[in-house]
Write a protein that binds this ligand. Sequence first.
Ligand SMILES: Nc1ncnc2c1ncn2[C@@H]1O[C@H](COP(=O)(O)OP(=O)(O)O)[C@@H](O)[C@H]1O
Ligand SMILES: [Mg+2]
Length: 283
Amino acid sequence: MRSIIQTEKLGFHYPRQERLIFENLNISIKEGEMVGILGSNGSGKSTLLKHFNALIRPKKGAVLIDEKWNTKDPETWLDIRQLVGLVFQNPENQIVSTIVEEDIAFALENLGLPREEIKKRVNEVLKIVNMYEYRKRPPYQLSGGQKQRIGIASILAMRPKGIIFDEATSMLDPKGRKDILKIIHELNQKYGVTVLMTTHLLDEVASVDRIIVLNKGRIRFDDKPEIVFENREELEAMGLSIPTVTKLALDLKAEGYLTDSKKLILTKEEFVQAIQKDIGVRA
Ligand SMILES: Nc1ncnc2c1ncn2[C@@H]1O[C@H](COP(=O)(O)OP(=O)(O)O)[C@@H](O)[C@H]1O
Ligand SMILES: [Mg+2]
């Protein structure tokens, strides 16, 4: 499998800091993967993600994109930013125009694409994020979740291979959060976009392919969610709380219930199935 993002002994500190925020990080993200990046506040998640579209460059080691571009080389930056898009926490900061469809067209115009192609792409991505009916609206009339969907559409219009979501749901209400998560999953599963996401809600990453946990400048875990979540106490000590259903299921198990389910329970659906099995109800 082709690696879309690869770090080699990556180390970084901001100017005037002596200590490295992280060092010796070897991470490889393969094309088509969906990966969650976790760590307590200030553990360096955003700093790491900014390395992946060349907004920040390494102090030590290297970051290679698509096996061919080294982020140290300024000539690769435009290509890298088209290949790997970054969606931030605050949707307000990503909006530049007064009409939704113009906002999405903006970056494409800068690329010098033909008018027809721009129109085609704008309509296409607005449909993917379920915002086609809003194409003529001014962004200020939209909810936070809708603005975030426009932010995602703008990046999708560049046809990136990968999208990075840095706490992209944290400023949204539950409905907005759910909509965005659904779109993120669809982008990965239906359109094959490589997805990297950070969140401090572990429920949101229960069904990703892989979770990488950063702690004290090192990679503490890099494994499937069900393996990582087994380290409940250690995660909680880092300020990361495993999903509520997972916790509840573990507590019930400790009391002698749910004895049949060997696997760690990660979702509500799995929880309901385990309960039904336990009390002898056929699903
Ligand atoms: N622009 C900056 N200049 C100096 N220090 C920064 C800057 N941005 C972040 N930091 C520091 O770097 C560390 C990692 O921050 P960050 O990458 O934002 O972590 P996270 O996203 O995991 O919360 C923190 O100690 C933070 O205070
Ligand atoms: Mg951050």
